[in-house]
Design a protein. Structure first.
Length: 524
């Protein structure tokens, strides 16, 4: 059995077993315990994100870690087992979390009700359609809610939760019983540094704007209704119900209007699930091909050492200064947006636009800086993690070879070209993400592999896998409406051209060994 096959059997097979077991096992338990049988209530944020992100690490540390230790990952630049464990954990955690989000929408049943009073006779489901109903806009419940977020509590968030009784017909307004509630939420964020008087004035303006929108809203226009689960908004809606003095003793079921076709409720979640899972496998195979396999017993290291090594990847050092600064900048901007109360799993397009997203009507209106700022924004935590993992891997090869200046130039140029390509293709879409620039770096990597700047061993190990990786991601982009393939292609082509331009000055640098940080020394 050759070395490559031994490594795949020793590390890839256990990784696949772990990944499939965790994703499938937790998804089944989530469905069986909390969706089908509703054993007890747990916040959706915990089920859909916190548990999936924490779950893989224990089995990885117990089962996969000793096998990773069989790889020769010690180099003159430092220890790399932490990187392998870190990527293995995220490559399982990300599709696990996406699977839960897909489960929430895909498993939801649409119950058709001839009238809202029948909701009490039916088994509780996630979605409802109504044939006959009357939504009472005169007898409403309203609850104002204020929060402070951001670093040093710099943002003041104003929220207004409105509930409207859903009745069978207009004559039911005298029955003093609502079978369900139609929910609306208004929100606005201001600076917490404003004085009390300024905050009060801002709230009055917010209330006036919300009232105007409410008065003009046609609450009868919706495709179907989604039942609000155990989310952070639920307590505020329940308080709004208590503020309604007319319909006392009514149901606490809150239904939110959805104005898109029911068939599109899953969005691109399945494509993202398959994409991140397969992408993780491809990345893991590439990483296994890099080091040699040693036969000696591995000396146990101090508990937590791999975690600290993983964290150290975010600390700028001489050989990866620019790439680490870019990664840290992307993460920092994301965390600031989270602290500002804009979300975590995903951000609204309007918020991304305010923070510098690439949007043709705005960008072409003398706001060309958006071509660059959009490359440091991400639509949510999964978008950020997948891009930063791709950045982390390719930068290990390119930055030591290109040098700091050329690497920084390559990232900025390909990122801007990718934004221009997106601008040309999308007429009215807010585009964000570092993926265009990252595809540009992979384009440079591909050009240098084809021109044989790297050693024969590197070319043999990575040329085919890089082409497969790029082809797979582009194919996923063509099959998913949520992926900006125009930016990917623009970045890839511009990066490939840059790689060819860099080639003459690199081909004679025989002393540079870009794989030095990854290719381990043979243990005698």
């Amino acid at each position: 059995m050759n070395s490559t096959r031994r490594k795949l059997n020793l590390i890839l097979v256990p990784y696949l077993i772990l990944a499939i077991s965790i994703i499938a096992g937790y998804t089944f338990l989530h469905w069986f315990l909390f969706i089908k049988n509703q054993v007890f209530n747990v916040k959706e944020e915990i089920l859909d994100f916190l548990i999936p992100m924490a779950l893989p690490w224990i089995p990885i540390l117990i089962w996969l870690r000793p096998r990773i230790k069989r790889l020769s990952l010690i180099s003159q630049k430092g220890n790399l087992p932490g990187l392998y464990i870190f990527i293995a954990g995220l490559a399982i955690a990300i599709p696990t979390a996406i699977a839960q989000s897909y489960l929430d929408t895909a498993s939801g049943k649409l119950t058709k009700l001839t009238s809202i009073s029948h909701i009490e006779d039916q088994e509780s489901t996630k979605y409802y359609s109504l044939q006959n109903f009357y939504i009472d806009k005169l007898h409403i419940g309203v609850k104002s809610h204020f929060t402070v977020t951001g670093k040093n509590n710099e943002y003041f968030n104003m929220n207004m939760y409105v509930v409207l009784p859903i009745l069978n017909n207009v004559t039911d307004t005298t029955s003093q019983k609502s079978f369900a509630w139609y929910g609306i939420r208004y929100s606005k964020q201001i600076s917490n540094k404003l004085s009390t008087e300024e905050k009060e004035e801002s709230f009055k303006e917010f209330a006036t704007e919300s009232q105007k929108d409410f008065d003009n809203k046609d609450v009868n226009q919706f495709v179907y209704l989604e039942k609000l689960g155990t989310t952070s908004d639920l307590p505020q809606y329940l308080e709004a119900i208590k503020e309604n003095r007319t319909f006392t003793g009514s149901s606490s079921t809150i239904l939110l209007p959805i104005n898109t076709p029911f068939e599109t409720r899953n969005g691109n979640k399945l494509a993202w699930l398959l994409g991140t899972f397969v992408g993780g496998i491809i990345t893991w195979i590439i990483m296994i091909l890099i080091p040699t396999l040693q036969n000696e017993e591995i000396i146990e290291e101090k508990p937590g050492q791999e975690f600290m090594e993983g964290i150290s990847l975010l600390i700028p050092r001489k050989h990866n200064l620019i790439s680490t600064l870019i990664i840290d900048t992307n993460i920092l901007i994301f965390l600031i947006m989270c602290c500002a109360g804009l979300g975590f799993v995903s951000f609204e397009a309007q918020d991304l636009l305010k923070w510098g997203g690439n949007y043709k009507p705005s960008t072409t209106n003398d706001q060309w800086w958006r071509l660059l700022t959009s490359t440091f924004l991400h639509g949510g935590v999964f978008h950020l993690l997948t891009n930063m993992l791709g950045m982390l891997f390719v930068s290990l090869f390119l930055e030591p070879l290109l040098g700091k200046f050329r690497f920084a130039l390559a990232y900025l140029v390909t990122g801007i070209v990718a934004s221009i390509a997106s601008l040309y293709w999308h007429k009215a879409t807010v585009s964000v993400g570092a993926s265009g620039a990252i595809f540009g770096l992979y384009g440079i990597f591909l050009a240098l592999l084809l021109t044989k700047v790297f050693s024969k061993e590197i070319n043999k190990a990575f040329l085919a896998s890089t082409i497969i990786f790029l082809g797979y991601n582009l194919l996923m982009g063509f099959s998913s409406n949520g992926i900006d393939n125009a930016a990917h292609i623009g970045g890839l082509l511009s990066g490939f051209i840059l790689g060819l331009l860099f080639y003459p000055s690199l081909k004679n640098q025989v002393d540079i060994q870009p794989i030095e940080d990854l290719k381990p020394e043979t243990v005698e």
